[in-house]
Write a protein that binds this ligand. Sequence first.
Ligand code: MF3
Ligand code: CO
Length: 290
Amino acid sequence: MIKLGRNDACWCGSGLKYKKCHSSFDDKIEEFRLKGAIVPDREMIKTKEQIEGIKASAKINMEILDYVGEHIKAGVTTEEINQWVHDITIKNGAIPAPLDYEGFPKSVCTSINNVVCHGIPSKDVVLKDGDIVNVDVSTILNGYFSDSSRMYCIGEVSEDKKRLVEIAKKSIEVGLEQVKPWGFLGDMGQAINDFVRENGYTVVREIGGHGIGLEFHEEPWVSYVSEKGTEMLMVPGMVFTIEPMINMGAQEIYIDEEDGWTVYTEDGSPSAQWEIQLVVTEDGYEILCW
Ligand code: MF3
Ligand code: CO
């Protein structure tokens, strides 16, 4: 990290002198670091301009999920959902982030029932009455990344699956209560894990959220089974996702050996996930994408 002079222009691009801008902010982070905290580096702290860029990307991402919500129903294949997502993204001058990401073959992830995440759309997978499905959309616009996912209930869904979907959604709200500057990601992770367990479900340990903005997956990795007071310090300008995967049964998972992507619950129980993207602000957070 470059040490700036007090009268130099601030690194955040505000045009202000460093002493009038992020100087005391940097000092505060340094204090936490000296006390042993894991602290973010500068790349994780987004400027105003970058946040505007992410918001424009997020607008498309949310429009896509709205469209999916209006058209998804029994009889639709997950390949059709992939086509919707791909076409709306391109029409808006954007790029679907999942396509070719580490070899992922499609433009969106579609994860049904006992699929935890990273389900690959296919013309052979037809949605049917009673399914719960996660559609995970990620968009790149002008180099800025957005990422969010929602659950959809197809037709008549059983009460126990509906409850799973609701608790998964609520767990994000519970986590959000802990998102504020100078708190720790573990405060949020523990709140989610405690809430989910109180409701009789489990949180997947191996897959978490992530920083995002100029890349699809940036530091930090965000766990939802972490402990209060641990993990990275949250500071204004940090952008990351909250996307806990909640299993009705045991927390163990496995990855499909054939396709290398699809993640299943070990015990075959249903799993639900919602994902939002946020920025930490001076007094809490702002949701950028949901
Ligand atoms: N959207 C997923 C996430 O929340 C990422 C999926 S990676 C992909 O991080 F390649 F499968 F798309
Ligand atoms: Co994500």
